[in-house]
Design a protein around this ligand. Structure first.
Ligand code: NAD
Ligand code: KPL
Length: 306
């Protein structure tokens, strides 16, 4: 019997994963917030519309609410970092003794919080360069084809479910160094995203601020080394410059969140980096100043700073 993929959070990434897994014939259940959301989904025909290369496909996926009684053996957590811990906590009574959790959150901090809440579960962390956005409820656009790194910092053995990803056409690789990947992505996001918000520009606009970017990269490199992640620091500045160039026409995810009045994941990106620097007594004055400016900006916009 194939194991059911429970997908917690029917947003951009959750819908993208659920649609691809279900399209491959695997059993999938979306877990929705509450009964009204479930009713709305069922009224819409209990299907996700996936738009890929301009072609749309309706994929039937069954759904349920958190207080359903079906046991959960495999849970893909696709909420934002700030929602993940509480969302998983709501499901604890349903997790089987050998449950596996796959955590799609960007940044760092939420994964440890979830793992502490569900100590019996094996937690796989993911770092993805795929891009998706929700055009409307239950309709997701696969905007950026990419790659997903997966790993478990406590156990280098690959899990049994990797073939399901292969069958679903989800490009991925298992790595024993997932923390290095997550730290590297966090550093890239810290060097780019806050500055795009503060300068109100696309990623390419940072080409007008080379000294600011270089100073942040230098501090981030030191921080990664202090945190025992020297590999994540290698050639950081040149990769940041490459990403700025390659994504010059795009708005960063944090810029999009702020301009659409949405809560950001600041606490799991720049906030996490600054807290780690303090813990390790690593001097990062420009990063701290950046965090202060970003927090002031968010407050001025009426947005949450946690
Ligand atoms: P999203 O806001 O589109 O989706 C999150 C969904 O989780 C929402 O539908 C929300 O209602 C739901 N949710 C929250 N709490 C819940 C609960 N208790 N029960 C049920 N549902 C709940 O977010 P997203 O863009 O899919 O991002 C998810 C994570 O993936 C983030 O950490 C993000 O940084 C990361 N990520 C996203 C992308 C992308 O392209 N969207 C790419 C890489 C990484
Ligand atoms: O991941 C990104 C984001 O916008 O969140 C990039 C494109 C790397 C910019 O930091």
């Amino acid at each position: 019997m194939p194991v059911t993929w429970h997908v917690l959070g029917a947003g951009s990434l959750g819908s993208l994963w659920a649609a691809r897994l279900a399209r491959a014939g695997l059993p999938v259940r979306l877990i929705l917030r509450d009964a009204p959301r479930l009713a709305a989904y069922e009224t819409n025909g209990a299907a996700i519309t996936l738009v890929e290369h301009g072609v749309e496909q309706r994929v039937p996926v069954s759904a349920q609410v958190a207080d359903d009684i079906e046991p959960i053996k495999r849970l893909l957590v696709a909420c934002k970092a700030y929602d993940a811990e509480q969302a998983v906590a709501n499901l604890l009574p349903r997790l089987s003794a050998d449950a596996e959790l796959i955590l799609l959150q960007n940044g760092l901090g939420s994964q440890d919080a979830v793992a502490a809440r569900a100590p019996q579960a094996r937690c796989t962390f993911a770092s993805s360069t795929e891009g998706a956005f929700r055009e409307q409820d239950w309709r997701v656009v696969f905007a950026g084809h990419g790659f997903t790194w997966l790993g478990d910092p406590r156990n280098p053995m690959p899990p049994s479910w990797l073939p399901d990803l292969h069958a679903s056409g989800i490009p991925h690789q298992w790595t024993p160094d997932i923390l290095t990947r997550l730290w590297r992505k966090l550093a890239l996001n810290c060097a780019i995203n806050p500055l795009t918000v503060l300068h109100d520009c696309r990623n390419g606009g940072l080409q007008q601020h080379p000294c600011e970017v270089a100073t942040l990269c230098s501090e981030l490199g030191e921080l990664l080394t202090c945190c025992g992640q020297p590999e994540a620091a290698l050639e950081l500045h040149s990769e940041v410059e490459r990403v700025i160039q390659a994504t010059a026409a795009n708005y960063s995810s944090m810029h999009q969140d702020v301009s659409q009045g949405r809560r950001t994941e600041i606490s799991y990106l720049l906030g996490y980096a600054c807290a780690a620097a303090q813990r390790h007594r690593c001097a990062v004055p420009h990063l701290i100043q950046l965090q202060k400016r970003l927090v002031e900006h968010l407050v001025a916009q009426g947005l949450r700073i946690d």
